[in-house]
Design a protein around this ligand. Structure first.
Ligand SMILES: Nc1ncnc2c1ncn2[C@@H]1O[C@H](COP(=O)(O)OP(=O)(O)O)[C@@H](O)[C@H]1O
Ligand SMILES: [Mg+2]
Length: 278
């Protein structure tokens, strides 16, 4: 375990590649050659339109899928060679939090902690403390998860990640589809986590404001490639025009040649066209 505590980086990805077979001799490349590092305690955002490869990237890191090439290391552990060990140090929170919906949040959290080798006796007080600190109504910890709003479920998903450390949190669009209020709450929670825990975070989003507010560095992802990766400040300097600092939306347009909305609309159109041809 020493190795984990000594590791300088939470995540190191070098030339990660992944392609999916579509038909015979036809492939779609979801990750071209992605290199990215998340230092311990750092929050790195991946900003990209639908279909750019964000979830594939997260699934490769969480060992759910095996890359076709490249190097993936989590706290200096090779994710391809030692997936079980890597799984102990990552926590993935995706759009739909995965829970036993008939069980309560307390039961789900105890179960989650157990998967990481934390006993009930240790986890129970810690769970209460964490839920209290994120403003979760403790009277509701024994209610079935399915009675809770999606925003509350996302909070529980994040709380689950705090029961073990050190931890690399992989947040895959954690606020997509939430109402504005829950979205703000979940964002505040993510901001809080980095101040109170030794957590390192990879945050995938297509929300510009979310990326800018929460991330130390932002990678812009397009068609399976990270085409720019830097602090928001440095990105703005690089893409400034006429001495004017652009906002992140303008940075995105300068880097990719189009707005997020246009890219997504075009992709949808292409998919519809393809579906029509068949
Ligand atoms: N299991 C899969 N089988 C085939 N193609 C896939 C699979 N998962 C993702 N893809 C394709 O890989 C590309 C990237 O998808 P994804 O990683 O889900 O992007 P994002 O999360 O940014 O929306 C898309 O073209 C998608 O259709
Ligand atoms: Mg996705």
């Amino acid at each position: 375990m020493d190795k984990v505590y000594q590791a300088e980086n939470a995540l190191e990805l070098r030339d990660a590649m992944k392609r999916f077979k579509k038909k015979r001799n036809e492939y779609s490349t979801a990750l071209k050659s992605v290199s990215i590092t998340v230092k311990r305690g750092e929050v790195v955002g991946i900003l990209g339109p639908n279909g750019s490869g964000k979830s594939t990237l997260v699934r490769v890191i969480s060992t759910l899928i095996i890359p076709d090439g490249g190097d993936v290391r989590v706290f200096d552990i090779d994710a391809v060679r030692h997936p079980k060990e890597v799984q102990r140090h990552i926590n993935r929170v995706s759009v739909e939090a995965s829970f036993f919906k008939k069980m309560s949040s307390m039961e789900n959290l105890i179960y989650g902690a157990k998967l990481y080798g934390v006993t009930d006796r240790e986890s129970k007080p810690k769970i209460r403390e964490i839920l209290g600190s994120i403003g979760f109504d403790l009277n509701r910890v024994n209610e079935p998860m399915e009675h809770l709003s999606r925003g509350m479920q996302q909070k529980i998903a994040l709380a689950r990640a705090l029961l073990t450390s050190p931890m690399l949190m992989l947040l895959d669009e954690p606020t997509t589809g939430l109402d504005p209020r829950s979205k703000k709450d979940v964002q505040a929670l993510i901001r809080g986590i980095r101040h109170t825990h030794d957590a390192s975070i990879l945050l995938c989003t297509h929300d510009m404001d979310e990326a800018e507010e929460l991330c130390d560095r932002i990678g812009i992802m397009l068609d399976g490639d990270i085409i720019a990766l830097d602090t928001p400040h440095a990105l703005k300097q690089r893409y400034q025009q006429d001495g004017q600092a652009p906002n992140l939306e303008e940075v995105f347009m300068a880097a990719t040649g189009a707005s997020m909305e246009d890219i997504e609309a075009k992709k949808l159109e292409e998919e519809e066209k393809k579906a029509g041809v068949k």
